[in-house]
Each structure stands twice: as C-alpha cells, then as structure tokens.
Design a binder for this molecule. Sequence first.
Ligand SMILES: *Cc1c(COP(=O)(O)O)cnc(C)c1O
Length: 417
Amino acid sequence: MSFDPSLEQSDPEMSALIRGETQRQFDKLRMIPSENYASRAVQEAMGSPLNNKYSEGYPRKRYYEGQQFVDPIEEMAQERIKSLFGVEHANVQPYSGSPANLAVLFAFCKPGDPIMGLGLPAGGHLTHGWSVSITGAYFNARAYGVRRDDHRIDMDEVAKIAEEHKPKVIFCGGTAYPRTWDFAAFSAIAKNVGAILVADIAHISGLVAGGAHPSPVGHADVISSTTHKTLRGPRGGMIMTRKELAPAIDKAVFPGLQGGPHVSQMAALAVAAKEANTESFKEYAARVVGNAKALATALTDRGYALVSGGTDNHLLLIDLTNKNVTGKRAAKALDLAGIELNYNSVPFDPRKPFDPSGVRLGTPAITSRGLRPEHMGKVAEWFDEAVKNEGNEAKLAAVASDVKAFLRDYPAPGIAL
Ligand SMILES: *Cc1c(COP(=O)(O)O)cnc(C)c1O
C-alpha cells in the first residue's frame, strides 16, 4: 500500500470516537484513582513504529534479529527504573499489572500452594488470590482484612493467618486502601513464616518514586506494579527485585507467561521514569497527597463518612450510607455532573459488589492538571451538589458545565485540542 492515510482519512468513525474521548478527558474532573494523564512524550513513544518489532527474550539474548535499537531501549527502561526506585533488578516486560502478579506467583508457587493477600472487600486486588481470579482458582489463597472500628489493616490478624496458613507468597498492597502500608511489619511476618513478601505498589508507585509514600525497597522481596497509575507512564506492568531472585522472575515473565514484550511500552516507560526522576515530579507526588487530604477535610466538613476517617495517599473511599444514596446511583449522578469516579464496596459492606455502599475517588489526574489544595473546597462543593441532586438531570448538567468552564484554564498533559 503506497498511500498511507491518517486515521482521520482511513477511519473517520474511529477517529471521531477517539476525538470524543479526548475531549471528554479534558472536560471532566477525572477522579478515578487508578487513572492519570500520560504526557505527550510518553504517548509519542507508545504510538511509534516500535509497535512493529518482535523481541522475544531479554537484551542481548533475543530470539529474533534486528535488535540494534530495541536492546538499548529495554536497557534504558531497566536502568531508569532501577535508579528511580533504588532496586537491583527490574523486569519491564509485563504487559500490565495483572500479568506481573501472575508471573510472580508462577516464579515462586506451584498450583495449590498457599498464598495470602488483602481481601477484595477490604480494598485488595483480584490478583492477590481472590476467588474469581486465576490467582484464587489455582492457588490456595486466604485473605486478611481491615479492622471494623478504624478500617486499618489488622497486623495481628495478618500474623495469625500467616502462621496458620504458611503461605509461600504474601501480597501487600491494594486498590482501595487509603492508608500507608507498613512494609516493615509485613516483612517481619513474612520472614517469620518463610514467605516471599510481594509489595504490589500499582496504585502508589508514583508516590513511592516521588517520596510521598514510604518505599518497600529493603522490606519486600519482590515489588510489582503497574506503570500507568500515579507513575503516569504507559499502560503496563513491571517487577522489581533483588539480584538473587531476578532469574526466577525473568524466567516466569518470559518464557513462562508471555511472548514478545511490547517495545513501545518499554520505551514509554523509560520516558516516564525519566520524567519521574525530577524535582517537579517530587512536587507532583506531594501535591497529589496534599490535594487528597484537603479534599478529605472538605468532604468530611460536608458530612461525608470517609472509610478510615481520611487518607494518607492519593485516594478516598466514601461510605454513602448516611447520605441515603447507593454508590452506583451516586457515581452515575457525579458522572453526569462532570466528576468521574467509580462505585466501590466499603469494608463490611452489607450491599452487593455490583451495587455497593460507597464510591472511590482520587487526585492523581486532577493534580496532573495543576489543581491545588485551595481548589478542593470547590471540588467538594460540586461533589456535594451532585450527590444531593441525584436524579435531577438539569441540575447535574449545570454542575457539569461549571466544571467544564473551570477546567478550561488547566491544561491536561498529553491532550492537545
Ligand atoms: C491496578 C492494579 C493491578 C492490575 O493492573 P492491570 O494493569 O489493571 O492489570 C494490580 N494490582 C493492584 C494493586 C492494582 O491496583
């Protein structure tokens, strides 16, 4: 094909959908805590002819020719991640966070082996052994939880279950846990029972890189993560570890679980790691947390019940029971009002996961647009308006147009309209 049309020329229908989504990302307060805005530089690396290359294997040990540029690309991603987090080894090939966790289990466990993780209803991730996940179906998983009174992880319970269950692998980390992880305490428990401790920092890797959450390095044997959440890189995953565990991890990723790595993703990760190794990213990470704390205060002042009473990181979990609206109805209303988040179970939720009592929201994306703690009162006011006017479409549309007008002054990284 000599004529190589643009997307707009070749597929106007798809082009229009992508333009619509791009505009939507610009017009809304995007508060799903696992989402962000990747920079233009990261997106350029993702959308390059690197997409065309097969590179099974690792740098200088490939099964395909033509790796003159791919080898230095992957090595650059490895080296930058190692220096950003201060680790001995980084595998940058996992396609995403879930395959990264599966690779860790494949590296250290046989089917049926005991494993442990924070339960999904308490804020854990599916891939830490929850029943509907392959990690729950193929391994003998037990979940630990949070305390009823303060919604903090009960380290005594973790120790007790670990002693009974003798897990090969203990996961710490989650998707809906608003508090600091005590990696040292998990490490002591794991050592005591001879388990491999895996810190899954998917949500908080940007905060760890920027010094706004304690690092698991030196405590966890293995650190898994996504690269697209607070770290603001490409969709992808990575696994960090010590030298002596590196061969097991590398073998589990390739050839254990995956074929050819996505070279564009590894290049984009290298770009994101360079961006994250700066003073301005440190400020970003601190501001993500500052914004979340300011928002927590503003919402508490408006009578919202925050799970655990507040936040130490980038996310808030709100129990809406006292507001007489379910999580799902509130999330729908908020979306119509230009505030995008997700409905979420709260610990000990009496309602079902498909229509739970709470919502989960966070500040990574809005902080990337330059919002500051002084804006969080306004965000809380819009939030409250939307929840109070659930079902009133005219009112919700009015809030959405205020939100949109406000956001015009806050450029979104990676979005040119
Ligand atoms: C998001 C997340 C994952 C999974 O990442 P995907 O890229 O969606 O597969 C794994 N673990 C935790 C803790 C997460 O938050």
